[in-house]
Design a protein around this ligand. Sequence first.
Ligand code: SF4
Length: 164
Amino acid sequence: MRIGGVLVQYYFACKRELWFFARHINMNIDNEDVLLGKLIHEKSYRDEKKSILIDDTIAIDFMHISDNLIVFEIKKSSRLPEPVRWQLLYYLWYLKTRKGIDAKGIIVYPKERKREEIELTEDIKEKFNHIINEIKEIINLDKPPKPVKKPYCRKCSYRDLCWV
Ligand code: SF4
């Protein structure tokens, strides 16, 4: 089973959302936030190499190679910092464990003119074995996990499947 970065992000944001997304239940088409996110993506960093797909599994926004490999993740807002951090950490973990590549990460919030540097530690590497197993268990559930109310629900594209 391929685990992409979005599933890792959803694991930390909402396990019910993870299940919907993994089952290809997609309600993002008219979500303004998603459209805005795509627009920011397209307008930002036009000169860099973008959307690098590795093993058909992780899609990296872009990489920069100088002394080190740096992996960038572009986000439209810093509203959900923790899930985004784990998404980028997953890319660093994947590059290290599957490709033997050491990389650093930078999350960029172009609209807020902010960036955050991310590094993979031994402790986090260990945690990923558990996280990946748990993501697989959630995907294999017959029913989605129960909804848990959080501020993020207001803007979630799946809200009609949870709170109506
Ligand atoms: S509306 Fe809330 S509970 Fe439902 S999937 Fe979205 S974040 Fe999760």
